[in-house]
Design a protein around this ligand. Sequence first.
Ligand code: GUN
Ligand code: ZN
Length: 433
Amino acid sequence: MTLHAYRGEILSLAHDPAEAPDAVRHDPDGVLVIKDGVIVARGAADDVLPRFPGVEVEHLPGLVVPGFIDAHVHYPQLDRIGSHGEQLLDWLDRHIFPAEKAFADAGHAGSVAEAFLGELLRHGTTSALVFATVHAASVDAFFAAAERRNLRMACGKVLMDLGPEGLRDDPASALAESEALIAKWHGRARLTYAVTPRFALTSSDEQLAIAGRLLADHPGVLLHTHLAENVREISEVAERFSDAADYLDAYDRFGLVTDRSVFAHGVHLPDRSCARLAESGAGIAVCPTSNFFLGSGMFDFAQAEAHMVRLGLGSDIGAGTSLSLLHNGGAAYQAGLFKGYRLDPFRALWLATGGSARLLHIDAKVGALAEGQEADFVVLDDRATPLLARRTAGASLAERLFAMQVLGDDRTVRQTYVLGRCAWDRDALGSAP
Ligand code: GUN
Ligand code: ZN
């Protein structure tokens, strides 16, 4: 297989800047050398290129960063973004559950999955941890579409035996269908299975125990659910699990709090939960635009940092208002300021790349543009709009990155590469991801 080199300005984070210094890896004139979709060399062009005489070199016009990794998103909610008027529980009843019922139809699921993956690539997102619906066919449709595009994706059938009429499974079918989906998809191509109880209120104790059993029986699968998002939700959980120490404990008693567990939101957490999350290695997908949109609250970055809770970044479409993890990084900064925390732009980039990769257990494969990793990357355009061009002219790297987080969106993504191949080019006429 031939080698191919991409030359340009390259930026990535080697680890969480909040955990240790020297996390930023910046090559102003850098190069990625790629073989069979994998990065075999990275560094300053003057150092690396002489080691590969005759290699074909392509120039990348922009700031090259790892492909974004969305740690929490619902593909069936793509067409419900911007549904007006309710906080979480009423929003689910009025807007989301009716839309999810349509995913019993495999054809509908397949067409939304295609549109969703196209949108992810247009926004620079190359991996995600994704909610399907309660229907096994919705998971088949998603994984088949992701496999065709060679994407590294995680997904699972939603478990919800206490859900509304028409969107409900039962413990036995939840177990059987999840087992079958794990056997079919987990570890195939670039795919990971996630056991996905919707949240504590939509699963019986019996079903939560089944989720714990699935997790224990299948090393490598993830656990994906929601936690402590909304005040009314939390009080209903406290009422049902009256002997639990807190919301997280309601999951913990069923074996659902592990280093493979990803909890979306965690907006209202007692210190006990944060300590337990850190001790277990479980992570929180921070979903700032969703937390604004549903009036859920502001994530407490200082509390999470004090406990060293692992964090990633999620768009949480359709409660979130943008699939752009640049934009969600800017929103995370604003949420942080409400509680006196100044989210550094490099840490916001880490949350959207290496942080999310660690939550999804794919950090050996993607997220840092390191040698040996798969070549999923994005070319950002810090002059994508006239205003962005004015704001970034003559600015430092940190200022340029922050400006793209505050002002950026899909227009800021010039190209998206998957395994070293261009999967989206904003400027190619007639292209569709
Ligand atoms: N909690 C339970 N289900 C959902 C959902 O679909 N979206 C959000 N944001 N929170 C949830
Ligand atoms: Zn969600």
